[in-house]
Design a protein around this ligand. Structure first.
Ligand code: CU
Length: 246
């Protein structure tokens, strides 16, 4: 999919997505721009036809109405063509969906993320090697990952539905109370970005923000040791008013 013909791999400049920094962001963008081109071209054709017909069949004194039962051939064509396009797109995105959402890469680093109103609790496994246990290293809103290493996130929620959103990594996944959802991604560029909540989750939704840092392995190791030495931070207690807004 990364080898789509050039025009389809290019997104118009006024629709630019932020530069992708995960290993699958390029494939996702190709799929996105292909669909955008197909739907965009169809949109323009349909709107032009609409305007043409408005003009062509406008009211004129003495013009008779014509009753028609349609045109079978045209109807068959405009049913089959979109159906074929949809099936082809479904088959093309199937593979990407499976790679991104359904199979987890081997040797990935496990991280647990528990969303709550209005913060992200980030868990790294402690000495027992398991997530969400007493000895986890827990940080508030600070997700650090080593560059180039796949991360498998086990996503949970303490209260309502949140959505874990990393725009530059092309990651978006709901965190649903009572469910553990696994997702994976990686970062192929060193840098800092934001974690957003993409699901309206209460009055404090606008400030439910975290930070992701992609750093060289040694820096990450150092950072994790520092975090392990610190007492875990608690999310600030949300006011009753803010919770009621959920
Ligand atoms: Cu939220």
């Amino acid at each position: 999919m990364s080898s789509l013909p050039v025009p389809f791999a290019v997104i118009p400049f006024w629709m630019k997505l932020p530069d992708g920094v995960s290993s699958y962001s390029g494939r996702m963008d190709s799929m996105f721009s292909l669909i955008l081109w197909i739907t965009g071209i169809i949109f323009v054709i349909v709107e032009l036809l609409l305007v043409f017909f408005l003009w062509r069949y406008r009211h004129r004194e003495g013009r008779q109405v014509v009753y028609t039962h349609g045109n079978n051939r045209v109807e068959v064509v405009w049913t089959i063509v979109p159906a074929v396009i949809c099936v082809v797109l479904a088959l093309m995105s199937r593979r990407l969906w499976a790679d991104v959402k359904q199979s987890m890469p081997a040797g990935a680093m496990p991280v647990g993320i528990e969303a709550e109103q209005f913060a992200w609790n980030i868990h790294y496994p402690g000495p027992d090697g398991h997530l969400f246990t007493e000895d986890d290293v827990v940080t508030l809103n600070q997700l650090h990952i080593p560059v180039g290493r796949p991360i498998v996130v086990t996503l949970r929620s303490k209260d309502v539905i949140h959505s874990f959103f990393l725009p530059e990594f092309r990651v978006k996944q709901d965190a649903v109370p009572g469910m553990s959802t696994r997702i994976w991604f990686d970062g192929n560029t060193v840098g800092h970005w934001e974690i957003a909540c993409a699901e309206l989750c209460g009055l404090g939704h606008y400030r439910m923000k975290g930070f992701i840092a992609v750093e060289p392995q040694e820096e990450f190791d150092k950072w994790l040791i520092e975090q392990a030495a610190k007492p875990a931070e608690e999310a600030p207690k949300t006011t009753q008013e803010a919770k009621q807004g959920s």
